[in-house]
Each structure stands twice: as C-alpha cells, then as structure tokens.
Design a protein around this ligand. Sequence first.
Ligand code: PHE
Ligand code: FE
Length: 276
Amino acid sequence: MAVEPVVYGASERPPRGDYSRAGADYTCPQDYASYTPADHATYRRLYERQAALLPGRACDAFIAALPSLGVKDRIPHFDEINQRLYQATRWEIVTVPGLIPEVPFFSLLANRKFPVTDWIRKPEEFDYIVEPDVFHDLFGHVPLLFDPVFADHMQAYGKGGLKAHGLGACELLSRLYWYTVEFGLIRQKDGFRAYGAGILSSPGELQHAIASPEPQRLPLDIERVMRTRYKIDSYQQTYFVIDSFQELFDKTAPDFTPVYARVKTLDELSAAPAAA
Ligand code: PHE
Ligand code: FE
C-alpha cells in the first residue's frame, strides 16, 4: 500500500477506507463508479432529513451556501462542486480514503484543499456513524468553505496546525477544531445557530445543541477551549459561541506559541459543566 491507514484513539476496528488508493499526500480520485443505487439513496435520504431540520437551527451562511453542493438526490461529483467552490473562495475539495494523519491534513488545509471521504455509510448506520463519511464531510463542512471569512480561517488553521505539530501542541489545537469547526455555535439576531459540521450533519445533535437546556454555552475563549476535554461518543455538554466568523478569525490570529506553553501548565477541564 502507498500509505498507512489511520486510526485515532485506541480502537480494535480496522480503518474503513482502502488506503491502497491513496498517494503520498493521502488523496485519490473519487471512486464514483463504485457507488451503488443504495448508496445514492442513502445520501438522498440523509440530505432530505437534515435539510428539513436546518431552519431555525443552522446559521444563515450555511443555509445560503447549501445549494452550492448541487444535486441532492445522489452523491455529487466533487469536480462539479469544485467549479463553484474555486470561483467563490479559491478552495477545492480533494478525495481521501478516510481519516488521514495530522501533517498531511494540515498541509492540505494550508493549501486551501479540504479532504472529503468518498465512501458512504451503510443503511444500518443511517443515524450514527463512528468515522466521517461523504455525507458528514460534504454536507457538514463544505458549505461554509463558500464563506470568504470562514474559508480564510480554515487555511489559517492548517498553517497553525503545521506550526503546532512542531511545538508538540496538536492535541491542544485539535480541541479548538473540535469546539469550533466541528461543534461551534454562532449567535445571530434570532438566537443561537450551529456552524460546526459535527452538529450540522447530525439530526440529534442539531436539535440538542440549539434547544436542549442541558449543555452549557460559553463565549469562545481560546485558552478555555484548549483546556477542555471532549467527548466523541455522546452529544456535547459544552458548546462555545461566537458572534461572527470574523471573531473566530481574529481570536485565532495571534501567535499561539505562548498560549500553548501556558495551557500546558494548567489543569484540564471536564467536558461537562461543573455540577450545580
Ligand atoms: N494563530 C495560530 C498560531 O499562531 C494559528 C491558528 C490560526 C490556529 C487559526 C487556529 C486557527 O499558532
Ligand atoms: Fe468533520
């Protein structure tokens, strides 16, 4: 095989993708011919269910950009999305066989390339899937790459990741990604809305994140985020809220070198709110 597969965390499961397809940068062509009619139907059903939940829950920028993904009754050709995306923000999506290691991931983002897994979940995983598939990656992440400020933030994150790798701070930076790009909330005039892909691609979490009284919703504080552990197997109990993508860009623009050094001396915080 060209490159080693990736498994995050302790797992007995072999990774799902076929990494023999990937080149040195972990990208490969989208294997469009391998999609079955059932795969296209899974995408269509996921899209329909999730699109119906967006009003009042997803942020305006996401709802406005979603139609730019194109067809919704089958898995889109990535090339077709790229024609619109490149024009809008000079970003492109590239195909990967599944999760990829930190350094190639950061390098792609730093070059305004977003890695999208091409395979889709099995029907029995309709409600819950452990690894990101094409629905999570496309529907969850790609619409906001059409937003110029968010798009610039993602590139800055990639460059910041390469730097964090050199500083031994990838874990701290990954918490920032988790609580913003995956599970971030934004405050609009009409209330909290989701911009994080992990929320936007999950029917249960989308309702929980916006309407549940249980989780705490804190203003984005970079140090606090970097100290906060996260749960990958349940709804979040803590969300961090921004007022605009410009706020996200500006708060992540300073040099994190001293921030990482300080956070490493502080205690970690629980993913859950402190007991009342
Ligand atoms: N400003 C961060 C640094 O100097 C890099 C960064 C930018 C990280 C945007 C996340 C998001 O390390
Ligand atoms: Fe994701």
